[in-house]
Design a binder for this molecule. Structure first.
Ligand SMILES: NC(=O)c1ccc[n+]([C@@H]2O[C@H](COP(=O)([O-])OP(=O)(O)OC[C@H]3O[C@@H](n4cnc5c(N)ncnc54)[C@H](O)[C@@H]3O)[C@@H](O)[C@H]2O)c1
Length: 384
């Protein structure tokens, strides 16, 4: 029976309050409004950022509103489209995106950045363009995490936050290209533009940092130093291209300067702690060293010695590895179907009702990334 135009009842993992486990609830998902698309979510990655969002209350424009459905890394199938949607049809395989690409603004028209801000303020506080969420529980609005909310069997996103994929891509793998892996890989490829034979360092070896290692390797860097406080992460880093692995100890910046006889060309910070950010800058060479901040922190500031910048370093940051979201994610999916590694990042596959296990394992010694399968069976979609 067609569900088009109907409210859909389905399961979602709802965060009722900050810092507490999620509850599996029967929620209602309203039909898409103008320029919106309703998606059947097939697979969703559980990201460090979900965990951080759940465990911080935020403030100002970053204030968290509860109840909330988390999840912004996913892949699914279009169930129905709202009025004025021209680029998507029911049955399309898609990846929802937290970063819009409206195509009209200064950021979208320029080739250099990917900082489209259409509907941004609303997405930050958990609602779509009209100021409301499409998810509800017994009549109560449930907020949508950055306009996505992929820990729900169906969700509604705007049509400028969606990438259309080839039909043969395994959704439980390519969902990682909606957030963490695309970000780290893009930080090396697009933001640093790592060159052949360069010296690189990656700080933090979660999914983001490992993807940055992979990006440095793809660019044929001569030396890729992988740094983490947890040596259990080194085996995977070596597998993805790290040439050297170093346990984080103070003063790590100076340790890397000594190892490289002057400092690295590119340092990619993929942890999110201000101390590690400062150390990453410290590890770069005088004259041309570039440090890219990928890790996120809301409350603290990294310390920067101005003299380091005067000596010719560049300090920059990135959201989503500078990819133009709607346009370039489908190309990353093509790359995966050819050669890009993704399967290596997934070490757990769990059903939706075990999502709290994914959060618990996130801080364990060896876990990289969990993919949540939102349906028991979706023939042809999952490689589980
Ligand atoms: N900028 C963006 O667009 C973007 C996108 C995705 C994630 N992020 C952020 O990137 C960061 C990493 O995300 P993730 O999912 O890979 O997280 P993660 O928690 O899986 O990985 C972080 C890694 O850092 C390591 N670490 C901890 N302390 C360290 C230290 N002192 N020195 C070196 N390594 C240390 C941990 O052992 C872990 O391996 C987070 O802050 C996340 O919010 C940013």
């Amino acid at each position: 029976m067609s569900t088009t135009g109907q409210v859909i009842k389905c399961k979602a993992a709802v965060a009722w309050v900050p810092g507490k486990p999620l509850s599996i609830e029967d929620v209602e998902v309203a039909p898409p409004k103008a320029h919106e698309v309703r998606i059947k979510v097939v697979a969703a990655g559980v990201s460090h950022t979900d965990w951080e969002y759940l465990n911080q209350t935020g403030s100002g424009t970053k204030l968290r509103r509860f109840p909330l459905v988390l999840g912004r890394e996913a892949a699914g199938i279009v169930e129905s489209v709202g009025p004025e949607v021209t680029d998507f049809s029911p049955g399309d395989n898609v990846i929802p995106l937290f970063l819009p690409q409206c195509g009209d603004c200064v950021q979208c028209r320029g080739p250099k950045r990917n900082q489209c801000r259409k509907n941004w303020a609303n997405a930050q506080v958990g609602v779509l363009a009209d100021g409301t969420s499409r998810i509800s529980f017994e009549g109560q609005q449930v907020y949508q995490y950055l306009g996505v909310s992929s820990f729900c069997q169906y969700t509604v996103v705007t049509d400028i936050c969606l990438a259309k994929l080839r039909s043969d891509a395994p959704l439980d793998k390519v969902c990682l290209l909606g957030w963490d892996v695309a970000t780290g890989y893009g930080a090396a490829a697009n933001v640093c533009k790592v060159e052949k034979d360069s010296l690189c360092a990656v700080f933090g070896l979660g999914a983001v940092g490992l993807a940055a290692v992979m990006g440095c390797r793809a660019a044929k860097a001569k030396m890729i130093i992988a740094v983490d406080s947890n040596a259990d992460k080194f085996a995977k880093a070596r597998m993805l291209g790290a040439t050297d692995c170093v346990v984080y100890t103070e003063p790590i910046g100076q340790v890397l300067v000594n190892m490289t006889d002057g400092g690295v060309d590119y340092a990619l910070e993929c942890d999110g702690s201000p101390d590690v950010m400062s150390a990453a800058l410290e590890s770069t060479t005088d004259g041309w060293g570039t440090c890219v901040i990928v890790g996120e922190t809301e409350t603290e500031a990294m310390s920067v010695t101005v003299e380091k910048l005067l000596m010719g370093r560049t300090l920059k940051g990135t959201y989503f590895g500078d990819w133009h979201s709607m346009e370039e994610v489908p190309r990353l999916v093509d790359d995966y179907m050819n050669k890009l590694k993704l399967d290596e990042f997934v070490d757990r596959n769990l059903p939706l009702d075990q999502i709290n296990t994914a959060f618990e394992s996130m801080k364990s010694e060896d876990s990289i990334h969990t993919v949540i399968h939102l349906w028991e069976e979706t023939p042809g979609c999952c490689t589980k």
